[in-house]
Design a protein around this ligand. Structure first.
Ligand code: SF4
Length: 239
């Protein structure tokens, strides 16, 4: 078996709480206008591994923590095989970064992994998703099925599950959309849930003062743990 990937062993950016071995896999069901990993999505400049060379490299992990990202890892044909292999290494955690559009794969991941972590994209309201990604047709059902898979895991397996929602602040986002998204996220009854509002890397499409106003309004109306570019900011002190 051959596969393309990029493997980084001392990654301090992707994992929600630790340094990780991060495995970037090609392929994605979306084409977001702000995607900064499009070369990975399109399988450009990734290393070609045999299964043996891939597993040898993955075993060089030193932290016990892994991140599967991309691209969209659940969209990759080797997703289950790779997760199954990492699980045999008895990892401290496996984090999946996902766009939530492969609910069956997400459910399987949650059932198959002892210490899963999920960071998921919520890119816009469900009614306006297609404005950004017209190629997706049945995204609403897929997203909602994934959302309920997470909710089910929280309610029946682990309410302290490490979970993060990520929304990129591109020019199509506004406070009305964020409010509608917050109403949905507000039902996630997870003790370790954060909602990270992130600028487009490496640029910014929404002015910081506007973002501050949005965060203040959202924090007034919802009991959600909001981050801005992964950080607790002085915005919190103004609320
Ligand atoms: S879902 Fe993520 S990897 Fe896929 S195109 Fe959008 S930003 Fe890029």
């Amino acid at each position: 078996m051959f596969l393309s990937a990029s493997i980084e062993h001392i990654d301090s950016v992707n994992h929600l709480s630790n340094i990780s071995t991060t495995i970037y896999l090609p392929g994605c069901s979306l084409r977001c206008p702000y995607c900064f990993n499009m070369d990975i999505v399109n399988n450009k400049d990734l290393k070609a591994y045999t299964w043996d060379s891939f597993t040898n490299e993955v075993q060089k992990n030193i932290s016990g923590h892994f991140v599967l990202t991309g691209g969209e890892a659940t969209y990759n044909q080797n997703f289950e095989t790779i997760v199954t292999f990492i699980n045999k290494l008895r990892p401290k955690s496996i984090q999946l970064n996902t766009n939530m559009l492969q609910p069956d794969k997400l459910s399987w991941f949650l059932k198959s992994t002892k210490n899963p972590i999920v960071a998921f994209d919520f890119k816009s309201t469900l009614s306006t998703y297609s404005q950004m990604n017209p190629i997706v047709t049945d995204f609403q059902k897929r997203f909602i099925d994934s959302f309920f898979a997470l909710k089910d895991y929280i309610e029946n397996v682990n309410e302290y599950f490490l979970l993060q929602c990520r929304t990129t602040l591109y020019r199509g986002i506004n406070l009305n959309k964020l409010t509608e998204m917050a109403e949905m996220l507000n039902v996630v009854n997870c003790k370790n849930f954060t909602w990270n509002l992130q600028d487009i890397y490496p640029d910014k499409e929404i002015d910081l003062d506007v973002v501050k106003d949005w965060i203040i309004t959202l924090k007034k109306n919802f009991h959600l743990h909001l981050l801005y570019n992964e950080e607790e900011t002085s915005i919190d002190n103004q609320v």
